[in-house]
Design a protein around this ligand. Structure first.
Ligand SMILES: [Fe+2]
Ligand SMILES: [Fe+2]
Length: 304
């Protein structure tokens, strides 16, 4: 097989997966656990960051890319995600779940390497990186990472499509970075199914504690994002973006917030479409975004 054919095959494999066994799968069952773990393990794309090609950019594209205010936060988010998932994985004794979580942590570590190569290739200066100590509360950190990815990936799907459509990123750069975005789609699909499986397997008193934790995670994420919007992240480090909200104009488009949400919804559906229909899809963020779309002021149309 040629290199190009091998890459195309790996790309197809990472986007399409169904278990060969037919029949319904009960959420929370051992079959359900096997289904979502195998989905992650068998759709792994073995690309090597060191051989990814970062295209030479025209001066204006170079300027746009290097001035995006996301690089510090993106590198640090991947660093934190990797240690958090790894720490949670180390507590898991069920072999298949452990294997899938280890792979998830490895993919986060690889995202950081990919971003490191991108940043180095284009001479982007980063703020000094913090240390990434293992979290004291592994489950809390896993839940924060999982739900954060559900929010960030949903908007990243739309913004990435928008940047592609508007020509903000040249097509070769879009292609190089594309597998990272699809990997996040697999991660949130895996996470949504883990949450549902875990929930069903808790006795009622632990289930109440777990639901309280999920509410606390959402409260934390809202607080954290308000901090980011103000330019201060949770560790007190200055950051520069509430990128999910302002990202449309930052990637060269004057799309209305409604149209951007519609694009995020359709991209979310497209990226999830290739996986076994018996897996649950992440629904909270798409539902909240669809609700927000109804309450946003209508954009003015010509002649209105
Ligand atoms: Fe990641
Ligand atoms: Fe991820």
């Amino acid at each position: 097989m040629t290199d190009a054919a091998a890459i195309a095959t790996a790309d197809h494999v990472m986007r399409h997966w169904a278990a060969p066994e037919a029949g319904p799968v009960r959420i929370g069952s051992a079959e359900h656990l096997r289904l979502f773990c195998r989905m992650l393990l068998e759709t792994h794309n073995p690309y090597k960051p060191a051989v990814m090609v970062w295209p030479t950019l025209e001066p204006d594209a170079f300027q746009r890319l290097t001035s995006l205010p996301i690089w510090d936060i993106a590198v640090q988010t991947e660093g934190r995600a990797s240690i958090r998932v790894k720490t949670f994985a180390e507590r898991i004794s069920e072999p298949l779940l452990r294997q899938a979580l280890d792979m998830d942590a490895g993919e986060e570590a690889r995202h950081k390497v990919v971003l490191g190569h991108l940043v180095a290739s284009y001479g982007i200066k980063l703020a000094p990186e913090p240390a990434y100590p293992p979290p004291a509360d592994a489950e809390w950190a896993w839940l924060v990472t999982g739900y954060s990815e559900c929010v960030d990936s949903f908007f990243a799907f739309g913004l990435f499509a928008l940047a592609k459509q508007s020509g903000f990123f040249p097509p070769e750069l879009v292609e190089t970075f594309e597998p990272v975005i699809q990997e996040e789609a697999r991660h949130i699909l895996f996470f949504a199914n883990w949450v549902a499986w875990h929930r069903r397997n808790l006795p009622w008193w632990r289930r109440i504690a777990f639901e309280a934790r999920v509410v606390a995670v959402w409260a934390f994420l809202i607080w954290e994002r308000i901090g980011i919007a103000r330019g201060i992240d949770a560790d007190g480090t200055a950051q520069d973006a509430n990128f999910a909200m302002t990202g449309g104009s930052a990637v060269g488009s004057d799309l209305s917030p409604q149209a951007l949400i519609a694009l995020c919804l359709s991209e979310n559906e497209r990226r999830m479409a290739g996986y076994d229909a018996r897996l649950l899809r992440p629904t909270t963020v798409p539902a909240l975004a669809a609700l927000a779309r109804r309450f946003l002021p209508r954009p003015k149309t010509a002649g209105a």
